[in-house]
Design a protein around this ligand. Structure first.
Ligand SMILES: Nc1ncnc2c1ncn2[C@@H]1O[C@H](COP(=O)(O)OP(=O)(O)OP(=O)(O)O)[C@@H](O)[C@H]1O
Length: 218
């Protein structure tokens, strides 16, 4: 697979002229999981969205390999998978359909999509929920379906936004291990989290506070 460094260069992001991230510098590297931590409202989601091309910087840039990130179409084409904080699942589709549809939309052949879907649902302990509608699943199960959908993409970059917030300790550990495995596959993984234990299990940590970023572990 193509390996992609996500380089954040003096990034400032503002909403309505008010800066929420100021001069952030960090590089997320293939084979590693970068944790993004910080209190609620510190800008973790904003940083991941800028990496995904969903928000334009006020100044500075995000680079994906040699290319400056401009929009989501570009990052999708480059294999950047995003697991959003709100899951982004279709409530009236089953767990399996949610994963399958995303793969088919990405051009994965049907046979392979079915195989990948079964694999990720199994990995996340959801084989028994494959045919259940998402709206009938618990919050934690829904969160695991969203993670399954992100992992099934086998992207070059995986941006995971607070994907363990509704999980019990055992599933949190499982998900952190799966993010690590995704990095070992060669992906660049960025994981926004409130959970110090989950952050400690990552390879590096960027802590956000008052709009500034500090690399507390590299
Ligand atoms: N669309 C928006 N318009 C205006 N302000 C926004 C918007 N989205 C986020 N903000 C503000 O930007 C700041 C950072 O929000 P963000 O969601 O990135 O933080 P976070 O660290 O992910 O928070 P949490 O841990 O609570 O999810 C907050 O003050 C928030 O109110």
């Amino acid at each position: 697979m193509t390996e992609q460094v996500v380089a954040v260069e003096d990034l400032t992001v503002a909403y309505d002229g008010h800066a929420v991230l100021t001069d952030i510098v960090v590089a997320a590297e293939p084979g590693r999981v970068l944790a993004v931590t910080g209190p609620s409202g510190a800008g973790k989601t904003t940083l991941l969205w800028a990496m995904a091309g969903l928000i334009r910087p006020a100044s500075g840039a995000v680079r994906l390999g040699d290319a400056e990130v401009r929009d989501r179409d570009q990052t999708v084409a480059a294999g950047v998978a995003l697991v959003p904080q709100d899951n982004g699942l279709a409530a009236i589709l089953t767990a399996e359909e949610n994963v399958m549809v995303a793969l088919l939309a990405a051009g994965v052949p049907a046979d392979e999509a079915a195989e990948r879907t079964a694999t990720v649902l199994e990995q996340l302990g959801l084989a028994g929920q494959a045919d259940q509608l998402v709206e009938e699943l618990s919050g934690g199960q829904q969160q695991r379906v969203a993670i399954a959908r992100g992992l099934a993409q086998r992207g070059t970059v995986l941006l995971a936004d607070e994907v363990t917030s509704e999980l019990d300790a055992q599933n949190r550990k499982l998900v952190v291990e799966l993010l690590q495995a995704e990095a070992w596959r060669g992906a660049t993984v960025v994981f926004a989290t409130h959970d110090p234990e989950a952050a400690a299990a990552c390879d590096a940590e960027l802590h956000l506070r008052d709009g500034r970023g500090e690399l507390v572990r590299a």
